[in-house]
Design a binder for this molecule. Structure first.
Ligand code: FE2
Length: 242
C-alpha cells in the first residue's frame, strides 16, 4: 500500500520501497515478546510478531524520526496481537517525550498509561481506538502499547524526536501494560498494585498523511521536543503536573 507518494509498503515480502530503494524490517519475534504476554506458556513456537521500519524518508535528515510498524493479526492464549510496550526518556525536570501515531490500514487500540513514581502504580490509563487516517498523540509521561484487535494486518506510522530512547524494563518486569486486550475484552494485569478505570478517548481525525503535514508545517510539531508545549496543549486531557 502507498503510505505517501514515493513510499510504499509491499505486503508480499514485507518490504518498504522508498523511491526505488528496498528497505527491510527489523523483526520483533515472539521470544522477545513472551515476557509481556498474559499467558506466555500458551506460546508454543517462536515466530514473527511484528515488523518495524525505522528512520524512513522523507524525515531522515530531520530532527524527527519517521517509522512504520506492521502488526499482522495473531492471538496467544486469547490475547490479541500487540507491541512490546515502552516508556520514553525525559528532558530534565519534565515528563517524558511525547510521540504521534497514525493508522494507515486496519485498526488499532492505543493503550497509554501514566505511572506514579512507582512503576506498578498507574494513575491514568487511556485507550484510543483508531482507524485509517486517525492520529493519536502519546502524551508526555505515558508508556504505550499498540494492540491489533482485528483479523487484519495493522499498518501504522509514528513521528518522534530523534533523540528519544525507549525503555522496556517496566513492561518486562510487570509482564505487559496494566490491561490486556483479550477475547473477553480488557482484563486488568494483577501485577500492578493500582489500576484505574479505563478512560476511552477519541483520536484526532486527519485524512492527510501525518508525515506530509509535518513536512509542510514543521513548526506545529515543536511540542515533540519541547515537552512543556505538549503539556500546555493538553492532548487527551493531559496537562501534565500532578
Ligand atoms: Fe514510543
Amino acid at each position: 500500500m502507498e503510505i505517501i507518494p514515493g513510499l510504499r509498503y509491499r505486503e508480499s515480502d514485507n518490504k518498504i520501497l522508498a523511491n526505488g530503494e528496498e528497505l527491510s524490517a527489523s523483526i520483533r519475534r515472539f521470544s522477545e515478546l513472551k515476557m509481556v504476554l498474559k499467558k506466555p506458556n500458551e506460546l508454543k513456537s517462536d515466530g514473527i510478531a511484528y515488523y518495524m521500519f525505522r528512520d524512513l524518508p522523507p524525515l531522515r535528515e530531520s530532527w524527527a524520526r519517521f517509522d512504520i510498524t506492521v502488526i499482522p493479526p495473531w492471538k496467544v492464549g486469547g490475547e490479541f496481537a500487540k507491541t512490546k510496550g515502552h516508556y520514553h526518556n525525559s528532558p530534565e525536570n519534565m515528563p517524558s517525550y511525547p510521540e504521534i501515531y497514525q493508522v494507515h490500514e486496519g485498526k488499532a487500540f492505543y493503550l497509554l498509561q501514566k505511572p506514579s513514581a512507582k512503576e506498578h502504580e498507574i494513575l491514568d490509563f487511556i485507550v484510543v481506538e483508531a482507524e485509517p487516517g486517525d492520529v493519536v498523540v502519546v502524551p508526555p509521561g505515558y508508556g504505550h502499547v499498540t494492540v491489533n484487535p482485528s483479523e487484519t494486518t495493522l499498518i501504522m506510522s509514528n513521528i518522534v524526536f530523534r533523540e528519544v530512547r525507549s525503555f522496556y524494563g517496566p513492561f518486562e518486569r510487570l509482564r505487559g501494560a496494566a490491561y490486556y486486550y483479550t477475547d473477553e475484552g480488557f482484563v486488568p494485569n494483577r501485577r500492578y498494585s493500582h489500576i484505574p478505570r479505563i478512560r476511552f478517548e477519541k483520536p484526532i481525525d486527519r485524512s492527510e498523511p501525518l508525515v506530509l503535514d509535518f513536512l509542510n508545517n514543521e513548526d506545529n510539531y515543536s511540542w515533540l521536543v519541547k515537552t512543556n508545549e505538549a503539556c500546555e496543549k493538553g492532548f487527551l486531557g493531559v496537562y501534565c503536573g500532578t
